[in-house]
Design a protein around this ligand. Structure first.
Ligand code: AMP
Ligand code: GLY
Length: 431
């Protein structure tokens, strides 16, 4: 039987999912708030709709006779789109609203880790009284991360001793007027991500990736959804060893055991500290950009993972090409604080050479491609080494064009990778 897959979401991550599914014999349909030209070109049908409206999504799923769905972004998961699809008889690879709380409610997530003795949980307290939170900041001996409990597109966290002072942290807490926040110990180290396919209690892990959250080169500026990312030819990154990777896998497995009934991708964001990996957060979906590092090197057909998950069969063992990847995003000027949306951009996809090009949150209209408030497109170099992959990505950006867009050119460069190694060596030296 040919599967009919409905893909929900129109970012770079979803373009990567579309391309991975395109390698199998599946009929693809997609829906998103923006018309992503890359996904639209691969899909039999593309509907522009509000993906946080469960009825709109299930109506389209029924219309196209979907046999499976993949929900890419967190907002539809938080809105119960996976529940609605499951109820409509379309298996959604993505957790139901209750399980997605592991991402959508950071206070729940921390308490869940504590209650279930999941390793790698930092010290934390949750607050709904902002004055009590400010008093805690004053009394706390050391630096803290201030985290709104709800979704902020990765842009809500402030860390003292890094981005801001404690006085500024209190100002931030008072002014932003969040309902609930988490205050937790500042973790110091190198960040990495491990994404896992999860269904029927089984877990299949993928290579570690390092994202770059800060907007500007040298890790300066505000946090973004992620400016780019790299992975190495094996499971680990240059600054970590097998034990570090396995410790992260243990955390993911313990979390899946405790969650019961979780399905979809579980994304663990870790800080590799002097005491090993600690959990920065979980996401209930593929990372964006990280999906663009992972799916292109996955040899196992992604469709086989989806059908096994739905049919309650054992998930296939995953095999990956032994290749490094470097992904770099081109984003609108002013992103993330004051992004220039609605600007027409020229993206010469044909000219991207041997790199992969993924369209992200751009909108294709009759007369061209326009920016939105989020990231525009990404290129991914795939090669034997991170250095070669980085060069492929840079060449592709140059050729595809970045007029009116901004890029972090330092991602994946030998210099920056060496800085990560030196930083980790320094931290381990303090052990
Ligand atoms: P999150 O939205 O939880 O991924 O947080 C965004 C970014 O804030 C992370 O990628 C980290 O760089 C930083 N961050 C979050 N929690 C902490 C923490 N406890 N210590 C240090 N940095 C953190
Ligand atoms: N790259 C971070 C995220 O997907 O949340």
């Amino acid at each position: 039987m040919t599967e009919t897959v409905l893909l929900v979401g129109g970012g770079g991550r979803e373009h990567a999912v579309a391309r991975a599914l395109g390698e199998s014999d599946a009929d693809l349909y997609a829906c998103a708030g923006n018309r992503n030209p890359g996904i639209a070109a691969l899909a039999e049908g593309f509907e522009t709709l509000d993906t946080t409206n469960p009825t709109a999504v299930t109506t389209y799923a029924r219309e196209v006779d979907a046999t499976l769905a993949v929900v890419g972004p967190e907002a539809p998961l938080a809105a119960g789109v996976a529940d609605a699809l499951d109820d409509a008889g379309v298996y959604a690879f993505g957790p139901q609203e209750a399980e997605a709380r592991i991402e959508t409610d950071k206070a729940f997530q921390r308490r869940f880790m504590r209650d279930n003795d999941i390793p790698g949980c930092p010290d934390f307290e949750t607050f709904d009284d902002m004055e009590a939170a400010c008093a805690y900041v004053d009394d706390y001996d050391g630096d803290l991360a201030v985290k709104p409990a709800g979704l902020t597109g990765g842009k809500g966290v402030r860390v003292t001793g890094d981005q801001i002072s404690k006085a500024e942290a209190k100002e931030y807490i008072r002014e932003s007027n969040y309902d609930r926040i988490v205050l937790e110990e500042r973790l110091v180290g190198e960040e990495f991500t491990v994404q896992a396919f999860v269904a029927n209690g089984e877990v299949r892990v993928t290579p570690a990736v390092q994202d770059h959250k800060r907007a500007y080169e040298g890790d300066e500026g505000p946090n973004t959804g992620g400016m780019g990312s790299y992975s190495d030819a094996g499971l680990e990154l240059p600054f970590m060893d097998e034990d570090d990777y396995m410790a992260a896998v243990d955390v993911i497995e313990a979390t899946v055991d405790a969650l019961e009934g979780y399905k979809g991708v579980l994304y663990g964001q870790f800080m590799l500290t002097s005491e090993g990996p600690k959990v920065v957060e979980f996401n209930a979906r593929f990372g964006d950009p990280e999906a663009m590092n992972t799916l292109p090197v996955l040899n196992t057909p992604f469709l086989d993972v989806l059908t096994a998950a739905r049919d309650e069969e054992s998930l296939p063992q995953l095999s990956f090409q032994p290749k490094a990847t470097v992904c770099k995003y081109a984003v609108p000027e002013g992103y993330p604080t004051n992004p220039e949306a609605g600007a027409r951009v020229t993206i010469d996809e044909e000219n991207a050479g041997d790199a992969l090009l993924f369209y992200a949150s751009v909108d294709e209209r009759a007369d061209g491609i326009y920016t939105t408030t989020s990231r525009s497109y990404a290129v991914v170099g795939v090669a034997d080494s991170i250095g070669e992959a980085e060069e492929i990505a840079e060449r592709a950006l140059d050729r595809a064009g970045t007029d009116g867009l901004r890029v972090r050119h330092d991602i994946g460069t030998a210099d920056l990778v060496q800085q990560r190694l030196d930083h980790m060596a320094e931290i381990r030296g303090e052990r």
